[in-house]
Design a protein around this ligand. Sequence first.
Ligand code: NI
Length: 277
Amino acid sequence: MIDTHCHLNFKAFKDDADEVIKRAHDAGVTRIINVGSQWDTSARGVSMAEEREGLYAAIALHPIHLYEQEVDEEETHFTTRAEVFDYDKYKKLALESKKVVAIGECGLDYYHFPKGENIEEVKKKQADSFQQHIDLATELNLPLIIHCREAYDDLFQILNEAVKAGKLPGRGVNHCFLGTREQAKKFLDLGFYLSFTGIITFKNASPELLEVVKETPLDKIMVETDAPYLAPHPYRGKRNEPAYVVEVANKIAELKEVDFKIVLDMTTKNAEYLFTI
Ligand code: NI
């Protein structure tokens, strides 16, 4: 299996990344894509991938890192550092390693607005940064890993224009999809994949989200952990890790009423195709 989105490059794994990778291998998760959220974690993801077989990297500046702000959620609390997306610096990083398989995670986040900032300006800044990531993915012919939170309308507008202009030949994936059926359809119509996390295993998972899993064709689905966040049931509340991606695939098999093996084969093939790995 492939965990298509996790963050072993984050502090949460600084002491035991290799043990975590070993546990993933033992669980059959032999390939892992480490996703960056700013310069430090992107660069660290690349060096980790260079040192280890089966590890790949995606690099980008996440929209919440455009401003310094406190982020407080169920399983995490941290202060983000402000960064401006430096196109040439990220491009150079991508070209330095064959293990860089995507640009991401990037996109729009209207859930975490920095306090005291003008909302329209924040949106504009996020859109500009996202646009640059689209251009970089286009120039390097890499797929995009999209983060979108409560910003689907604006995101689709940007993506539609990009695709119409011939950009993003490699398309991409909406990671940790949490949208509606209609939004799911829009991604699929644009040629994007949907990827699901442990959220679909939660006892209080939204019925509409589970419907989306059921309705999305298996050849458009990928699985991920988003570790260290979003540990699936029965590990909810603990630090997540790539080995647990098996729980996500299990839930998809249950919802779609197909064999686990089919979900495993299809989601692996999809990731191999999208990320050329
Ligand atoms: Ni993530």
